[in-house]
Design a protein around this ligand. Structure first.
Ligand code: GLC
Length: 549
């Protein structure tokens, strides 16, 4: 059968994942069922009803495989085994089955740029230079007694780890305990595809591919992202595994431009369904520097970047939409106001994103307006990326206050505090001691409270998800940015003669929007007292609305 060459742009022939809303679960922090302070699979199963109520249609499950947890599961020691703290393979099968019964597909996290150093392959590889597994990883001799070159780890320091027994270095683009796999080795690729087929055989809904843009790296050229063979590997992977299943795949691609995104997601190329692009979430870091080097967000730039992504893929690629994930600070704390306007700004971000074109992702707790959790000292930090950066910058002479400000603003623990279910001790996350403290605001910010309040952020998300299911315009419509004041983000969506206007006042100042269109009806807003009519609309702090015009 000839596969379609471009995306269809309507509901008749669209794919399920173009119409899906995905909910990301970070299992360690979602729901504990056995009192060990760590979330688990039975915990997730017990909350499927809640997810069904929210309306999401797929779950992206962060890694649940066996792991020594140097990087909380992103360091895998057995791809076909479940982490003991999370449960068993029987629990996993039960989750897939019960999710399917609730019409929720399960997207597994595929972490194949690297393994754990405790993976059997690496243990073999490190045992001797002659071991058949040696070439599963990337080894180089020292140069003048030092690291082979200047490649740096994304988690600070050199990307080359010394293997004392052989005197050679192995490559680790993340922590020392995350050695990079050698994708040039055909046997490695085959093992990975076999493993993917094992999971596909269980009826999963697809894969989220961890740092997939790094697999084509050329370490000798100090080239990591977007290497020359990257797309060949993905085409091969598609053919050898998921290509014959009705699943979705989403690549984590920090370095993608719209042109690169089309290479991955143009259906004619048989690679991935879509990618996560990160251009918008790097706007509050100084250009050419690291995420820790902060600068204020320019809303004008945010509009430019998101609008570019909305319009430039055309029918040769598909967008994913997100503000949050387990690596990013909470959006309300980041670009909204997590005190006075927590609910208001939370709803604004929801409306702004969920009216765009692409597949939206909701990160656990986002739907109840969870916020960053500030820390005072490094002893309170769990995340390896923050800890490594702290020591590196301290040694380089950065003031400690500046380092802690960076961690509080961007550190990954912000997103990883336990899900806040109710106002009982530990926010209903566990009967034990949570592995990472619950945010102090769990008394006010929790699922129980949100469900009881018809005006909560939760119901805004629920309504937005429902709107997407009922209105093909949201899924397929054209996008057009309006020319407005810098801090007003406004756009049209248009489909088959229908036209919606989305407006968000991204500031704490009231301002006036001149509305030329005649308003037919009001679809959703975060301010009940707002009546939108043609003429001058007075927007209060963080007002957001959608109207049919
Ligand atoms: C991705 C993950 C992140 C992890 C890293 C290494 O960026 O999202 O959590 O630390 O890859 O696997």
């Amino acid at each position: 059968m000839k596969q379609q060459e471009t995306f269809s742009q309507d509901e008749q022939s669209g794919k399920w994942w173009q119409q899906a809303v995905v909910y990301q679960i970070y299992p360690r922090s979602f729901q504990d069922s056995d009192g060990d302070g760590i979330g688990d699979l039975q915990g997730i199963i017990s909350r499927l009803d809640y997810l069904k109520k929210l309306g999401i249609t797929a779950i992206w499950l962060s890694p649940v495989y066996k792991s020594p947890n140097d990087d909380n599961g992103y360091d895998i020691s057995d791809y076909q085994g479940i982490m003991d703290e999370f449960g068993t393979m029987a629990d996993m099968d039960e989750l897939i089955e019960k999710a399917a019964a609730a019409d929720i597909r399960l997207i597994m996290d595929l972490v194949v740029n690297h393994t754990s150093d405790e993976h059997r392959w690496f243990i073999e590889a490190a045992s001797s230079p002659d071991n058949p597994y040696r070439d599963y990883y990337i080894w180089r001799d020292p140069v003048e007694g030092e690291e082979p070159n200047g490649l740096r780890s994304i988690f600070s320091g050199s990307a080359w780890g010394l293997d004392e027994s052989s005197g050679q270095y192995y490559l680790h683009l993340f922590s020392k305990k995350q050695p990079d796999l050698n994708w040039e080795n055909q046997q490695v690729r085959k093992e990975i595809y076999d493993m993917m087929n094992f999971w596909l055989g269980k009826g999963i809904g697809g894969f989220r591919m961890d740092v997939i843009d790094l697999i084509g790296k050329q370490p000798d050229l100090e080239l990591t992202a977007n290497g020359p063979k990257l797309h060949d590997y993905l085409q091969e992977m598609n053919q050898a595994s998921f290509g014959s299943y009705d699943v979705m795949t989403v690549g984590e691609t920090w370095g993608a431009t719209p042109e690169i995104a089309k290479l991955y997601s143009n259906p004619a190329r048989h690679e991935l369904s879509m990618v996560f692009q990160f251009e918008h979430v790097t706007l509050d870091q100084q250009e050419g520097k690291e995420k820790w080097d902060l600068q204020p967000l320019s809303i004008r730039q945010l509009k430019e970047v998101l609008s570019k992504w909305q319009t430039s893929l055309g029918n040769q690629g598909w967008n994913s939409l997100f503000w949050n994930n387990h690596d990013l600070p909470r959006i309300i704390s980041r670009w909204g106001n997590d005190q006075q306007y927590r609910e208001k700004s939370g709803k604004l971000f929801a409306i702004l994103l969920h009216m765009m074109k692409g597949t939206p992702y909701v990160y656990q707790g986002e739907e109840i307006g969870m916020t960053n959790r500030p820390v005072k000292a490094i002893e309170e930090v769990e995340d390896i990326e923050s800890i490594n950066m702290y020591h590196e910058r301290l040694a380089a002479g950065f003031p400690i206050e500046e380092i802690m400000t960076s961690i509080n603003t961007k550190g990954r623990d912000n997103a990883r505090t336990p899900m806040q279910w109710d106002d009982s001790e530990t926010g209903g996350f566990t009967t034990g001691t949570p592995w990472l403290p619950v945010n102090d605001n769990y008394h006010e910010v929790n699922v129980k409270q949100a469900l009881a309040d018809p005006n909560s952020i939760f119901y805004t998300y629920q309504q937005l998800i429902q709107l997407r299911k009922e209105n093909p315009l949201i899924v397929w419509g054209e996008y057009e940015l309006l020319d407005t004041a810098d801090t007003i983000f406004a756009y049209y969506r248009k489909y088959h003669g229908e036209k919606w206007l989305v407006v968000a006042n991204m500031s704490e100042e009231s301002q006036t929007l001149e509305l030329k269109d005649k308003v037919k009806d009001q679809i959703i807003s975060n301010n009940d007292s707002l009546t939108v009519e043609a003429g001058n609309v007075l927007l209060q702090a963080y007002d957001a609305f959608v109207v049919r015009v």
